[in-house]
Structures are given as structure tokens and as C-alpha cells.
Design a protein around this ligand. Structure first.
Ligand code: ADP
Ligand code: ASP
Ligand code: MG
Length: 595
């Protein structure tokens, strides 16, 4: 008998009537011959209400007590759903995270799942029950109640689907699928039939709130197909699977993280170990850092900028403050009125011109780009918050995301073309017996013979990034990594890019023309660099990957010149002469988690 997991989000269980509707869906699935596990969120905005209440009694509520409080939201809804099912004449048992043996670490409010004991759930299912699992919660070693972070019920659902070997995991929510961007922000967004794990993982981690990004890590590791669909209708929604909807499209979606903050540590010594000191202090707070930009140093000193979620700003500043003191940095500046706009697509890994199309669209909308970072399948820009919606619309339009790609494949076509043995099987096999949400790395590689070109003193006005990357592309130069960040005090920025060594001269020529045209301060270029790449799943949400990387390189005196991160890769640019040694170091450092 096949098993399905059905997850209902807050709006889908917001009142008695909706609870009964959710219950009916589960009962129907059971009548169709499935074993059914439901995962349920707190009713409506209950989690927000509880958080608000907490902040009224204590401005900084202890994390353990927050989890104790927040977990009650889900406990209410599972009991009510079980009662509703009972009233329909079916058998149902509700379980809290602890009761179903979801073990987590003890990072309150951001706990990770370590193991799930399936015995009790399986027994209940065998006895004909619908099992209703409280989402978003677990217990730690000492039986303290923990929660997985906002939106974490998705992760509970996919994790249960993975360990129970479910046929599918259905995510019932208040939209009828995954859209090219949040349809509440851009009503013209298009619903996609299919999206790949990699793209969804990246979009979710860059702000597409429809799925908790950690749930996609599980789905990818265990090959669980996810069906995101409306709880208010029976129409098919979006399948999240290994394959993308289109092989040709450079971009499949755009995302906005509205509440971001930028932090710049000014005048830190430009020596190995500096980044480590700063980022390990932040990682210790379990804060995920994004958009890391390190400028080329002046007089042995450099500035390091990065972004965090605005809600993490306070703990980040505390952590960084102490580290900056130890390093003898000149100071720290921050801006909490910024937003991050990103485009994501598997196609961009092999296509040129994606970056300048985005920058041109932003310039045309008169949006100023404050920072840029890229990785193999995403480009992110930091903009001022009051321009965020305009920026999102501009890039959504530029990539024609409202239009179906010409080579679009439906889920039925993809399924028909699948071989019996999905290649995920091998990864799952390798993962047997693992701690569930532990870091999974799949490879460490070196790309030798790279070069870097840096343009400094770039005026901070719309249109320059677009002109820059258009000119470079016109010269036939393929740009790999791009980072732009604050450069000094006068509001100017610096832009660095990596290219293949053979393209350095061509790129430098264009850069010098750009220097004339825009009155840049300076152009520098150098070859003999290499890129170290660590690949895996959910790398950004595992905040310790960057730290481990920095530490193992700093230990042997290797300086990281540029870095970029995504959920799938962390890339560090280092001196080419140290590439082999760097690679060895990483292999040793990650030996325990490499599959
Ligand atoms: P639930 O309570 O069911 O978990 P969420 O509010 O967490 O629901 O997620 C659904 C919401 O996600 C939608 O209402 C939508 O506004 C938002 N969203 C953000 N990005 C996207 C996207 N790319 N596609 C669909 N919905 C999105
Ligand atoms: N109730 C939790 C929240 O609102 C978990 C969830 O809904 O996924 O974040
Ligand atoms: Mg959600």
C-alpha cells in the first residue's frame, strides 16, 4: 500500500471549516487506498501572535522558552484535525514532534533534524489510522522541545516522506503552485508545472517563501518528489523534482529578500585568517551570511562586506564587533534598508549575457545596484529597499518570465522520459544511516588558470554595471564570478570578475576603455589564480562550511581573494600556486562529510 504525506500550511487550517476541508482531503486519500500522514502547521497567524506575545513579556525571550511556546501552535492544530477526521468516521491519531521521535540538535529556534524513529508512525498506519504530525518541531537529547525555524513544517513533511519512503509529498498551501516569483508581489508571475530541486533550493534560500529551503535539501538528498498545490482546489500544482521545466531558459525564477542588512568591516589586515575570524564568529551564531565581497587591499588593509537577514543583524553586529576588535579593524558600518533581488536558473551556468541583461534591466528602471554577487546558477544584487519591487519587476520582465519557455516540458513528459533508476538512488544509498540534516558534500575541485580583473572607484550610479558587462561580453569574454561591493568612503564601488587566463588581455583592454569612459579610479588584473569549489547540498544553510573552508586554508597560509556561495557550491579564489595544497587541505577538512 502506498504512502503519501500531505502538509497543510497555516492558512489551510486557519479556521474550523478549513480544518474540516483539510481532513476531508486526507480521508479521501485514505479511501483511495493510501496510507496517509498529515503534517500540519499552526492555525493562521498563530505563530506570529505567539511571537508577539513573547516580545511583550520579554524583549529578548530565551530561545528555549520561545520553542516551548511556539510548538503549542502546531499542537492545537493537530488535535483539531484529528478530531475532524474522527467526526468523519475515520481513525486518526495526532502526534507531537517528541511523540513521533523527531530528534534534533539543541539549536533552539533553528534546530536541525538528526533522526526520526518511524516505528510508532508505522504501527499507527498499519492499524488503519491517519497520522497527524505536528510540523516544525522536535526534541533534543534532553527532551527539550525545539523548533526548526519559520516555515519549518515543510521540512518536517519532506523529512517524514523521506524516512517513510513515501510515494509523494503534497504541500497544500494558499497558492496553486510555485510561480516565477511571489505572485503577491508581482501578479503577472507565471505558475510553473515543474521546477528542479537545485533551482527551488536556490530560490527558496533567496527569498521564495513558498517552501522552506531545508525541505528541498531533504527532497534532493532522498529523491522525494514534492507536489505544491492549492488546499482550496483539486487542480494540479507544481512538481519539484530533479529535472527542470526548460533546458534552454537561462532563468527560471526571480526572488526578493526584502529585509536584508549589509555589514562592512572596514580596514582589516589583508592576511590569511581575517575572513575566518569574522565569518566563524557569525557562523557560531548560526547566522547564514550571503553576498560576501572582499575588496582588493590598499596598504595591506581591506574592507569586507556581506549581507545577512535583517532579523539577524543584531546578533551579527555583536559577533563581528568582537572579531573586529581582535583584528584591529578600523570600524564597522551597516545599512539595514536594503533588499536583495536574485535571478536563478540552471541554464545560466552555460550561457553568457545573463548578468548584463539583468543589470541593463535594472538601469532602465533607474535602480542603483549597491552590491553584486554571482554563483553558477544565480545572480544577486543588493538594492535600496524602496526600489526593491521595481527592481524585481524589471528583471522578471527582462527575462520574459511570464512567457512559457518554448522547450517547456510538462511533468507527464518528464515522468514518461525517466529511466527506472533515478540517479538519486545512489546518493540515497550512500546516505543510509546518516544523521538526517547533516551536511552532505559531493565534491571538491580546482579550476586552474584563472585570472581576475578589478575595476576600482566605480561611480555608484545606475547603468555602469550594465555597460561594463555588455562591453566585456561584446569582446567575447566569458565572465565566471562577479562581485561588486562598497569601495572606501566616497560611495564608489569596486567590481571584480574572474575570467579564463587566456582572456585576461582582452578583458583588461575593455576594462581600460571603461576606465576612460566612466572615470574609474583604477584597473588591475592578474593571472595565475585558481578557483577551489566545494559542491554539495544546502551549503549556505550549513553555516559552518565557509568557516571550515577558511580555517583549513588559513592554517597553511592561503589567502582567499574572492568567495561566492550558493546552496550548491562554495567557490574560493586563491593563488594558483597554492591550488593543489588548498585542495588537499579541503579534502582533509571535509573528509568526514564527503560522499
Ligand atoms: P504556508 O502557510 O502554506 O506554508 P506560506 O505563506 O509559507 O504558506 O507560503 C505560501 C506563500 O508563498 C504564497 O502565499 C506566496 O505569497 C509566497 N511565495 C513567495 N514566493 C513564491 C513563489 N515563487 N511561488 C509561489 N508562492 C510564493
Ligand atoms: N508555524 C510555523 C511558522 O509559522 C511553521 C510553519 O508554518 O511552517 O513558521
Ligand atoms: Mg510555509
Amino acid at each position: 500500500m502506498s504512502l503519501i504525506v500531505q502538509k497543510f500550511g497555516g492558512t489551510s487550517v486557519a479556521d474550523a471549516e478549513k480544518i474540516r476541508a483539510a481532513a476531508r482531503k486526507a480521508v479521501r486519500a485514505q479511501q483511495q487506498g493510501h496510507k496517509v500522514v498529515m503534517v500540519v502547521s499552526a492555525m493562521g497567524k498563530n505563530t506570529d501572535t505567539l511571537l508577539d506575545l513573547a516580545s511583550q513579556v520579554n524583549e529578548r525571550p530565551p530561545a528555549r522558552e520561545l520553542d516551548m511556546l511556539l510548538s503549542t501552535g502546531e499542537q492545537i492544530s493537530v488535535a483539531l484535525v484529528a478530531m475532524a477526521i474522527d467526526s468523519m468516521g475515520s481513525k486518526a491519531v495526532s502526534l507531537t514532534g517528541g511523540q513521533m521521535g523527531i530528534r534534533t540538535d539543541n539549536t533552539f529556534t533553528k534546530a536541525r533534524i538528526q533522526s526520526i524513529s518511524t516505528d510508532r508512525i508505522e504501527r499507527l498506519l498499519d492499524d488503519g489510522n491517519i497520522v497527524i504530525a505536528a510540523g516544525f518541531q522536535g526534541i533534543d537529547e534532553d527532551l527539550n522541545i525545539t523548533t526548526l525555524g519559520r516555515g519549518g513544517s515543510d521540512t518536517t513533511a519532506v523529512a517524514l516522506a523521506a524516512v517513510l519512503g513515501a510515494e509523494a509529498c503534497e504541500i497544500y498551501t494558499d497558492v496553486d503552485g510555485v510561480y516565477t516569483t511571489d505572485p503577491r508581489v508581482l501578479p503577472e508571475a507565471r505558475r510553473v508545472d515543474v521546477i528542479s530541486y537545485d533551482e527551488m533550493l536556490e530560490l527558496a534560500s533567496l527569498g521564495a517563501g513558498v517552501m522552506h529551503s531545508r525541505s528541498i535539501e531533504f527532497a534532493k538528498k532522498f529523491g522525494v518528489p514534492i507536489h505544491v498545490r492549492s488546499s482550496f482546489s483539486d487542480t494540479d500544482g507544481t512538481m519539484i523534482v530533479t529535472e527542470p521545466e526548460s533546458a534552454a531558459a537561462a532563468v527560471c525564477g526571480a526572488a526578493l529578500t526584502r529585509d536584508e542588512a549589509r555589514v562592512t568591516v572596514l580596514g582589516v589586515p589583508d592576511v590569511p585568517g581575517t575572513s575566518l575570524e569574522i565569518f566563524s564568529a557569525i557562523a557560531d551564531q548560526k547566522v547564514a551570511v550571503d553576498m560576501i565581497v572582499q575588496n582588493i587591499g590598499n596598504d595591506g588593509r581591506t574592507d569586507i562586506s556581506f549581507t545577512v537577514q535583517r532579523s539577524d543583524l543584531e546578533s551579527t553586529l555583536q559577533a563581528v564587533g568582537a572579531a573586529a576588535n581582535r583584528l584591529g579593524a578600523a570600524g564597522i558600518s551597516h545599512d539595514d534598508k536594503v533588499s536583495k533581488v536574485s535571478v536563478v536558473g540552471l541554464g545560466m551556468a552555460v550561457q553568457t549575457g545573463v548578468a548584463h541583461k539583468m543589470f541593463r534591466a535594472l538601469a532602465a528602471a533607474d535602480v542603483n545596484i549597491q552590491m553584486i554577487t554571482t554563483s553558477e546558477i544565480k545572480i544577486s544584487v543588493l538594492v535600496s529597499r524602496d526600489q526593491a519591487d521595481r527592481a524585481l519587476r524589471a528583471v522578471h520582465q527582462a527575462f520574459e518570465l511570464t512567457v512559457e519557455p518554448a522547450d517547456k516540458k510538462s511533468w507527464a513528459q518528464i515522468r514518461a522520459a525517466r529511466s527506472e533508476e533515478a540517479d538519486m538512488e545512489s546518493l540515497v544509498a550512500r546516505l543510509q544511516g546518516d544523521v538526517l540534516e547533516e551536511l552532505t558534500l559531493t565534491g571538491i575541485a580546482v579550476t586552474p588558470n584563472q585570472a581576475r580583473v578589478t575595476l576600482r572607484g566605480v561611480p555608484d550610479t545606475p547603468g555602469i554595471a550594465a555597460d561594463m558587462f555588455e562591453s566585456v561580453a561584446q569582446a567575447g569574454v566569458f565572465v565566471d564570478m562577479i562581485v561588486q561591493g562598497i569601495d572606501g568612503e566616497d560611495g564608489r564601488t569596486s567590481v571584480s570578475m574572474t575570467v579564463a587566463e587566456a582572456e585576461l588581455q582582452g578583458c583588461l583592454k575593455v576594462a581600460k576603455e571603461l576606465m576612460q569612459r566612466h572615470g574609474l579610479r583604477d584597473v588591475q588584473g592578474g593571472d595565475g589564480i585558481a578557483k577551489l569549489t566545494v559542491s554539495g547540498i544546502g551549503l549556505r544553510s550549513h553555516t559552518n562550511v565557509g568557516t571550515l573552508m577558511f580555517r583549513s586554508l588559513a592554517d597553511v597560509g592561503i589567502n582567499v581573494e574572492m568567495i561566492n556561495t550558493s546552496e550548491l557550491q562554495v567557490n574560493a579564489v586563491i593563488d594558483g600556486k597554492q591550488a593543489e595544497q588548498g585542495c588537499e587541505q579541503l579534502n582533509t577538512a571535509f573528509a568526514g562529510v564527503l560522499r
